[in-house]
Design a protein around this ligand. Structure first.
Ligand SMILES: Cc1ncc(COP(=O)(O)O)c(C=O)c1O
Length: 456
């Protein structure tokens, strides 16, 4: 049964008592930005300072309460400060905070639970404290499993900001320049299928998955030195704009990897642990990866991530030490275990599927009604609205993306921009009433922007 612990704090939101961002937010932000550098675009575009979160709400220092469509950044998926998760962390914060990589009772329970919920024989596990470290561990694991050293990843995927993770990603902002003149040797990138903007299409214009696979075969043959360890990719492009591949892509990629003896490394740091309505996003396609990484939703806000490989590769993990300062500490294990239990006890996956269908129905209506909505995409609570200048040319409408983001935030919707693609990752506990509330704020903002640009 869906729980309603969050409903009281959600009454009447958004509740705005000043213009937003309010005066206290602006003053605090101005003060901090002198010394805290490299802030992201979303903060610069809307410099609000948050003080409190409860369920699907966030309250700023001026006393304005927002409807949350971001879950931090896909992180607090069961709602801010879910009582079961927060209590579990507080319990271990008072009892035992760190025991290095020694076994603790709470770690033993978590590992048992993870083996229980993960698909297939994904049962050799290491715990980390951020997504990047889990991805790095996955790359080390791949090398340890097959002794090869080349990696293929996809245009516009994101895997973190360490050297190997950046080498697997095409970071279009300035970040990559601090890492040197090129990505690390042996790391290659290929296009991945985007049904709205296919690189390879059939004569009727629809995406041609087979041609992607053919291209990968040729690429492996011609561009690599024949030593490809793993194909590393996101199941759904998150940072790149909530881009889902066609349903036949992953089964075909799995077959290609099997044919070539290449490992399939599935980076579910953003999409995994319930966000799309299944434990792993790849469950939608009945594909089991050889290596998977996940985080974000895993601890509902507490920094805990995992790298898991199939049983047959377990021994390779013995070659790459699991030891880290914070990975698998008792508070982290308690947060992850409580989060998995909440997903089960509160039927979260079912809620994500049902309300997710509502989101998509409503977003399709919005697309039909608005000249600048080129495409809508989503599974469960991982959603995107793509803005274009013209539905025929599909030219990205970045200026509109920024404005819609700011306008909706000003009206009390806390969310995430991504250029011309509006991204949404609401807490998975949300019901249709609040889903509708958030979408109507977005629709109203889109209509205003259309008016400003002369579309209506
Ligand atoms: C798919 C994916 N992998 C890895 C990462 C890196 O995670 P972290 O920021 O926790 O290091 C992210 C972060 O957004 C991500 O979306």
């Amino acid at each position: 049964m869906a729980a309603d612990w969050w409903k009281e704090s959600a009454q009447g939101i958004p509740k705005l008592v000043t213009e937003t961002p309010g005066p206290k937010s602006r003053a605090m932000h101005e003060k901090i930005e002198k010394n805290y550098r490299g802030l992201s675009g979303q903060v610069k575009l809307f410099p609000v300072c948050f003080e409190e979160g409860s369920g699907i709400t966030l309250t700023d220092v001026d006393g304005n309460t927002y409807l949350d469509f971001s879950s931090g950044i896909y992180v607090t998926s069961l709602g801010h400060c879910h009582p079961k998760v927060s209590d579990a962390v507080a319990f271990w914060a008072k009892k035992l905070m760190n025991a290095h990589d020694f076994t603790t009772p709470i770690k033993e329970k978590l590992i048992e639970k993870m083996v229980d919920v993960l698909p297939g024989n994904l049962n050799a596990i290491q715990l980390y404290s951020d997504g990047t470290s889990a991805v790095e561990a996955g790359i080390r694991a791949a090398r340890a499993i097959n002794g090869r050293h080349e990696f293929i990843s996809c245009f516009r995927d994101f895997h973190g900001k360490s050297m190997a993770a950046v080498s697997c990603a095409q970071m279009v902002r300035g970040d990559v320049f601090s890492y040197g003149p090129s990505r690390a040797p042996g790391f290659y990138m290929v296009p991945r299928p985007n049904p709205y903007r296919p690189t390879f299409a059939k004569p009727d214009g629809t995406i041609d998955t087979d041609r992607y696979i053919e291209f990968y075969k040729e690429f492996i043959q011609e561009a690599t030195v024949g030593n490809v360890s793993a194909f590393v990719l996101e199941p759904v492009q998150g940072w790149g704009g909530s881009i889902f591949p066609p349903d036949d892509f992953f089964p075909k990629l799995r077959a290609l990897c099997d044919e070539k003896g290449i490992l399939l490394m599935d980076d579910e740091v953003l999409a995994g642990m319930g966000r799309t309505g299944t434990w792993l996003a790849l469950d939608h396609y009945d594909v089991i990866p050889d290596i998977v990484t996940f985080g974000k939703s895993f601890g509902n806000g507490f920094p805990v991530t995992a790298m898991v490989v199939k049983e047959e590769y377990a021994e390779a993990l013995d070659k790459i030490s699991a030891s880290s300062s914070y990975g698998g500490n008792p508070m982290a294990c308690a947060a992850a275990l409580a989060s998995i239990e909440v997903i089960e006890e509160e039927n979260i996956l079912e809620n994500v599927r049902t309300v997710g269908d509502f989101f998509m129905r409503r977003m399709r209506e919005m697309k039909d009604a608005h000249p600048i909505i080129g495409d809508v995409k989503g599974k469960g609570f991982l959603l995107g609205i793509e803005l274009v200048k013209d539905k025929a040319t599909k030219e990205p409408f970045d200026e509109a993306g920024k404005l819609v983001y700011q306008k909706a935030f000003r009206k009390g919707l806390a969310w995430i921009p991504a250029g011309h693609i509006l991204r949404m990752s609401p807490p998975l506990i949300m019901d249709e009433t609040y889903a509708e509330k958030g979408l109507s704020i977005i629709e109203e903002s889109i209509a205003e922007v259309e008016k400003e640009f002369g579309y209506a």
